[in-house]
Design a protein around this ligand. Sequence first.
Ligand code: IPE
Ligand code: IPE
Ligand code: MG
Length: 231
Amino acid sequence: MNKSSLPVHIAIIMDGNGRWAKKRNKKRTFGHREGAENVRRIVKHSARRGIKHLTLFTFSTENWNRPKREVNTLMRMFSSLLDKEVSELNKNNVRIDFIGRRDRLGGTLLKKMENAEKETEENTGLNLVLAIDYGGRREIVDACSRIMRQSVSSIDEDRFRDYLYKPSLPDVDLLIRTADEMRISNFLLWQGAYAEIYVSPLLWPDFDEDAMDNAIEEYQTRERKFGEIKE
Ligand code: IPE
Ligand code: IPE
Ligand code: MG
């Protein structure tokens, strides 16, 4: 793999946990558990590959509309994942950040998220961004609300970015979606404006290190034009 043209920011819509479980005649939560295992694998691999920012779509603003039991299981899983993984990630120099709404999450989970951010804020390796209760539209509307509250008198694209959840997060270079779905599903609408999109037929729990490398290699063959004409 060519190390000089790596995507700086990879964002992944981790999809297909439910289908993975269904294929095995198991409950959807079984797929989510396997999906969480794969998060560990892909985070490790991204760090190994020298990726700077990895944003994972973990729970969308629309995912609250799923059955309460599934939502509760997912929330419990996020919480226990933070318990189990943060110190290891910290040791590996990973900086953890969260984007999304914070007003609808449970107090205990929120506290763990804040602690993880604090504990890892000085780290200089992979920046792992977990999008929880995240919606791209909501992020833009939240930014607008803050702009209005601060009576900002003029705005442009650079200044607008300062009001996003994490202004230092650069634009997405490579947007990966698993499970063959060809939608954005309200993910990173602002930051993904010129992302190269890669759709994998693999269900998220099956999207392994080789699959990730294939996505990066495919990205490296793309010609990014940003609206210009390139001869
Ligand atoms: C993605 O897998 C995980 C979350 C959205 C939390 P899904 O649960 O959407 O799996 P499918 O799409 O039903 O297979
Ligand atoms: C997108 O997957 C959200 C996450 C991966 C967290 P969904 O499964 O919720 O998206 P849709 O419903 O297929 O668009
Ligand atoms: Mg899905």
